[in-house]
Structures are given as structure tokens and as C-alpha cells.
Design a protein around this ligand. Structure first.
Ligand code: ACO
Length: 336
């Protein structure tokens, strides 16, 4: 069967929420042998947000607050959402999934499909690209894509090589059909993964093979582990390659791009990637200084902030570019 016209998709609206508590590099100086100067020079990070463990700022709480903003700015009701894709490696609980918990918190009663995806820092880009496909095949009309993380619970706060990097937060986008003639649309997508990089960033303890024991708690081996140098090298190559692929698929060049919204893991990774691509830093959205690495939440938070402050406008060509543990990777090229 042929259809009269191809369905196009677009980002309808965005939202974000970050925890109230700010932890600065100076706070970290009191916890581990580090300095504001070292952290800022090596990573670009000045502070990060830390979720309250008292409640109200767990991943689905943050997602609820961020989604209300996105619904409000789009003039939509919760029941207009007909699918939730929740990207996180720090879900509220093991079962049920966070998307289901969020569906309840938002008061969605239409029994829409709810799924979690655990693809680390590429999670939001995976979610947007999956939403694009679900909408194009007619499975959904308005997909809520969430990147929400509470990494503060998975970090060894006595290990200076890792605790300085991460933070908590949430960003969301509602992806839906673009009307005919609407210039806003997703132009091209790319997703991939390379399991051979699984040793660079992982957390093997706490799964089926090695449940957490008292010994793990004692020697702190249940936390995230990272080979920072290896991640750094592979990240820059991957981000540059991602960008080239989505641009080629859409028949565009880097000159056409108004804004690059990269995963915020380290400002030096972002700068090196921009150099590899030949992109001026003026085109790159960087907010790692305020939030650190919030994994699946970095891209939607950076995107939302740049829309809010007027940098990214409707009609601008925007490139999402991400990589994460796995190693997962992905990019989206879209006219906002
Ligand atoms: N404060 C002070 N000194 C430190 C700290 C710290 N917080 N951490 C490490 N050091 C020391 C090290 O012990 C080492 O000392 P030595 O020379 O006496 O042995 C020295 O600083 C240099 O350490 P390196 O690890 O070589 O520092 P580097 O410049 O590589 O920076 C960093 C480390 C920031 C982790 C960097 O490698 C990086 O950002 N890598 C990528 C991280 C990343 O991409 N993470 C997430 C990816 S996936 C995802 O986002 C989910």
C-alpha cells in the first residue's frame, strides 16, 4: 500500500528540571584530594546538581516536573502523549520501569506504551530517533522522550578520578508529527554501538551475575568504573563520525548547521570534536560548567536551555551528537 504523503516528525516542545542542591568544585575539595583549578582545567566543570535523597527529585520526579513544562509550552494535555520512552541508567527502581511510574505521576490514563532504554549517555538521542521511527510507522503520534539521571547514587564519592565528573538532572522532549508545510522536522538519524568498548566504562556489580554483597559495599566495587583516557579518545572519534553520517544522510554540510548540541562529558572532548569537524565553538552549545555529566540528560538540558535563552530558534538546523557507555552512540539532524 502506498500513502499519499510521507509522515514527517518534529520536536514539538522541551522541558528540564535539575535538583536544587548545587555542589561546587570547592565543595569537592573538602571531600577528596582535588582542586577547583584541576577540575575546571581538565573538564570545564564548575558545579553539578545533586538530587535530594529525601524524595521529590528522584528520576521520575524530575521527569514529571520537566514534562509539565513541555506539555504547558505545547498546550498539550497528559493524555495527548501516546508513548513514553524513558532513557536512564539510574531508574527509580528495578520494576516496574520508570516510564510506567512517570505515566502514573502525569495522570496519563490512555494506557500508552511505556518503555525504558538503558543506553547510558546516548539515551536521549536513541529515544528521539526511536520516536521518529515509531511516528513514521504510525505506531504513535506524540512520544514523550525523557533523559533523567541520578548518577550521584552510582558514584564513589571517595574516588576523585570519577566523582568530579557527574551530576543529576532531567531533560525531555515531545516528538510528534509535523504538519504538511511545517519547516520543523527531523531530517536524518543515526544510531550504533560497539560492544568491544564495554571495559572502558562499566558497573558489573549489582546485576544477575554479581549481586551486591556486603564485601562490595565495603570495598566500594559496586560503583561505576571508568577508564577516562580510553573514553576520551574513543569519544572524540565517535562524535565526529556521528556528525558526518547524519549530515551526509540529509545532504547537508557542517556550514548549514546552526547549532551542535553534543553530549556534555568533558569540555575538552567537545572542543576536540569541534576541531576534528572544523566547526567553530560559537556553534556549539556547552553547559557542562553548571551541571557536569548528567548522562542521558545532557543533550535535552543543553537543548532546552539554548531554546529558552533564545539562541536556538524555530527554523535553525540543529545537530544532536552523543556517545556513552557500551559504547553506544547516535546523532540526530533536525530543523527545530
Ligand atoms: N583532582 C586532582 N588530580 C586528579 C583528579 C582529581 N579529581 N583525578 C585524577 N587526578 C590525577 C591522577 O591521579 C593523575 O595523577 P598522576 O599523574 O600522579 O598519576 C593525574 O591527575 C592525571 O590523571 P589523568 O586521568 O591522566 O587525567 P586526564 O587529563 O586524562 O583527565 C578525565 C581525566 C577528566 C577523567 C578525562 O580522562 C576525561 O574526561 N575522560 C572522559 C570521561 C568521559 O567521557 N566520561 C563519560 C563518558 S560516557 C558517559 O558520559 C556515560
Amino acid at each position: 500500500m502506498t500513502t499519499s504523503h510521507e509522515t514527517h516528525t518534529k520536536i514539538i516542545s522541551t522541558g528540564m528540571y535539575v535538583p536544587e542542591r548545587i555542589m561546587t568544585n570547592f565543595d569537592l575539595e573538602k571531600m577528596v584530594d582535588t582542586s577547583d583549578e584541576w577540575i575546571f582545567e581538565r573538564t570545564g566543570i564548575k558545579s553539578r546538581r545533586i538530587s535530594s535523597t529525601e524524595g521529590g527529585e528522584f528520576p521520575t520526579d524530575m521527569a514529571q516536573k520537566a514534562t509539565w513544562k513541555a506539555l504547558e509550552s505545547a498546550g498539550l494535555e497528559p493524555n495527548d502523549i501516546d508513548m513514553i520512552i524513558f532513557a536512564s541508567v539510574t531508574p527509580d527502581q528495578k520494576l516496574p520501569n520508570s516510564a510506567n511510574l512517570l505515566q502514573q505521576k502525569l495522570g496519563i490514563t490512555n494506557k500508552c506504551a511505556c518503555m525504558d532504554i538503558a543506553v547510558a549517555c546516548s539515551g536521549f538521542v536513541y529515544g528521539v530517533n526511536m520516536a521518529n521511527s515509531f511516528i513514521k510507522t504510525g505506531m504513535a503520534k506524540k512520544v514523550l522522550v525523557v533523559g533523567s539521571e541520578m548518577l550521584s547514587t552510582e558514584v564513589d564519592w571517595s574516588d576523585r578520578s570519577i566523582c568530579i565528573l557527574f551530576g543529576d538532572g532531567c531533560g525531555v522532549a515531545i516528538v510528534g508529527e509535523a504538519d504538511e508545510g511545517d519547516t520543523s522536522r527531523i531530517l536524518s538519524t543515526h544510531l550504533g554501538s560497539d560492544g568491544s568498548g564495554k571495559e572502558f566504562f562499566n558497573q558489573p556489580v549489582g546485576g544477575a551475575i554479581e549481586p551486591i554483597t556486603e564485601q562490595h559495599l565495603k570495598d566500594k566495587s559496586h560503583y561505576m568504573r571508568m577508564k577516562g583516557g580510553e573514553m576520551f579518545k574513543v569519544a572524540t572519534r565517535t562524535l565526529a563520525e556521528n556528525a558526518r553520517i547524519v549530515l551526509e544522510k540529509a545532504g547537508k554540510t557542517l556550514d548549514d548547521v546552526d547549532w551542535i548540541v553534543p553530549h556534555q562529558a568533558n569540555v575538552r572532548i567537545i572542543e576536540t570534536t569541534a576541531k576534528l569537524l572544523g566547526a567553530p565553538m560559537e556553534k556549539v552549545i556547552v553547559n557542562i560548567g553548571d551541571y557536569g555529566n548528567t548522562s542521558a540528560a545532557t543533550v535535552p538540558i543543553a537543548f532546552h536551555e539554548a531554546i529558552q535563552d533564545g539562541r536556538i530558534k524555530r527554523g535553525d538546523l540543529v545537530l544532536f551528537d552523543a556517545f556513552g557507555a557500551g559504547l553506544t552512540f547516535g546523532a540526530t539532524l533536525l530543523t527545530y
